[in-house]
Design a protein. Sequence first.
Length: 565
Amino acid sequence: MANSEEKNTRHFSSLVVDGMERAPSRAMLHAVGFKNEDFKKPQIGIASTWSMVTPCNMHINKLADDAARGVDNANGKAVIFNTITISDGISMGTEGMKYSLVSREVIADSIETVVGCQGFDGVVAIGGCDKNMPGCMIALSRLNRPAIFVYGGTILPGCHKDQKLDVVSVFEAVGARANNKIDDEELAAIEAKAIPGPGSCGGMYTANTMASAIEAMGMSLPNSSAQVAISQDKRLDCEKAGAAVLELLKKDIKPRDIMTKAAFENAITIVIALGGSTNAVLHLLAMANTTGVDLTLDDFSRIGKRVPMLADLKPSGKYQMAELVEIGGIQPLMKILLDNGLLHGDCLTVTGKTLAENLADVKPYPEHQDMIRSLDNPIKKDSHLSILYGNLATGGAVAKITGKEGLIFTGTAKVFDAEELALQSILNGDIVKGDVIVIRYEGPKGGPGMREMLSPTSAVMGKGLGKEIALITDGRFSGGTHGFVVGHITPEAYVGGALAIVQNGDQITIDADTKQLTLHVNEHEIARRLEKWQQPAPRYTRGVLAKYANSVRSASEGAVTDRFD
């Protein structure tokens, strides 16, 4: 007979394996390694995103084994299962990239499906590449069973001619080659050396941004986001996470107890301080939507007014995540922000303690480091993520402007109805100083899938035009993007947003001071053009991209697919 603690920690698995009538279920589980005593233990699903598709995830099968060992040693029963991953870095600039954001929803759906079907009492989810993290978190929120997210860890830098490399180095080298700044041999050398092994892309790109945000939110163990993929620290992190889920079960602490509005505000704060990816806006909105937290674009603006950008990390800065790991990760930064009233210290975390309690004994950064600036010497005194509105973005848009590019740009539109067309024009030398590249019909519905524009933005940087050209789109950007860029334009062109009627030669202004994105065409002419505009035929009518296009909400709502009100 199970004792009261066993019953309290086996809310779901008991329905699957207890009693005479569940003998067939137990018979099948015997075949996968269950022993009689395992049926009395809480079952913890280990959601592994292992795949040989990408270096970001190629090691996660071993991390899943570590997490399972942590569960089993804490008197639970671990069950490892897989979900998918795709590679943004490999598919970038191709039609296949349209599946990237879609994969976030597939990951969430698949984890929910397995955990819900199998009756797991808790979950450890381990993610590497960009969409793994929000996909896992959306699933954990939907399920609302005791759970922890573990980040697979950052990659080590590559090296060429004493210069540290990462995947963005290769994208920018393509632009440099197109501009004859380097030759084929140099490009091949950079290509061969940029990715030295397992782990997620090395700058403060989307993977490292989201891992940091989730830790700040309290859904990962302290310091989980700042560990190298192949390290004893990361293996130990996974093992500790497995054990910690059993403690969450005993205390009945669930994701929605942790993922409060204040916790999301903490996540936004750390994203800003780190100079993180624009994708964090999209993913945090989606995670909040699933959790039932009222988070909007205006919350990013509100918080951005008082939180400075402090981290000199790639893509706009000098350093990589592995170097931040060496000086202590994000915990000392969080302590600085907490001590200055910029974080909510009373938020509950997966340790069972508050954020303030977790940070109480954190040591400061070493003296003389210049990777994380002090609050009185920020890289930018407010957020690098600017939420823009205006006649081109009545529903909002997201700009990543660190100030290094300037704060205001007015230029002449050159319009492209697909990313590939814009990239070819850049590489051919058709884009010149003062142009605003307009890439449309790449939004959530129009793409579909809201591709990242890393290929064109990197080509611009590689040609040395980062301060002289702007790019706007209803698509989105890689965390590796920098320069004068605006994405997530809402309403998107496909649904009749004003972006659809921009013409070559129109003047456009991006103003990070007034937070405006302005098409310098009068409202009567805009109305006249919109009246003549016709919606293009859908690009996909079958399969996952068609299903996504039919169900997805706008970028300003997180591009979620599971909300039907």
